[in-house]
Write a protein that binds this ligand. Sequence first.
Ligand SMILES: [Zn+2]
Length: 285
Amino acid sequence: MEKINKLVDVTLNKLGLKTRALEYKVMELWESVVGEMIIKHASVVEMHRGVLFVHVDHPVWIQHLSFAAQDIKNRLNETIGEKVVKEIRFKAGNRCNEQKIKQDIGKTASRKRALSFEELEKIEAMVKEIGDPEIRKVVASLIRQGKIITLEKQEAGWIECSLCGMMIEPKKKKCFYCGLKELELLRRKTRFLLWELPWLSYQEISSHISGLNKDIYDTVRREMIQELWLQIRTAAKSRNGQKIPNAHVQTYVMLRTRMSPEKLTPEIIWQTLGENIANKLLGGQ
Ligand SMILES: [Zn+2]
């Protein structure tokens, strides 16, 4: 089965279609490479000239994935055994951005690394025992691809992930998976603190959570505001007297205004909620 795949590759190569075939393979591989958690939020739309276009269902996930883009790219290329993916671009929503994607495709250029003559000769020597010329060609090509990737990693000074040991790029401290785990932990800590102390600014909160950056803080705060606002609106619209705890309303106001509880006044709460909602929610109080 593997052999057939490789022979197909050779045929495609002859027809100049190998790159396109590999690009399709990348799209197929997306799900298994990024894993279950991510595929729920991000789907591959198109791959063209080394650029993988991914549509993401929520801005928060674009942010997550942007942190991880380099590592996803490396993983895809490692799995394929060739540098097919040069860039990953994330877009919010569905296919409404197609025009922009088309423009982006036009801007993308390609790049190819070559092996030295000695290196190529060594590879030829390695495969000369293989009788079938087609298979010999495939094996040589695979070795060349592997060699190129190894060389590129060595030249780029790749190191081990400080947490799990996987090979990663030099400037990074951890791999995509460890990075994602850490990000999730930072998000949870931030959320926990903001529930307790909703008025805390980024500066105040980051002195309690090491490694926190402003993007994570902003995102978590925004998500909490959205969640609470949804609850507030649902309660305000509800005809069967569905209630929202007062503490939640106050948390919402403190998140929005960054005011601590002792500074909250009924006027501020009223203003923040807006006349309409405040009337329905607090009117009877
Ligand atoms: Zn790791």
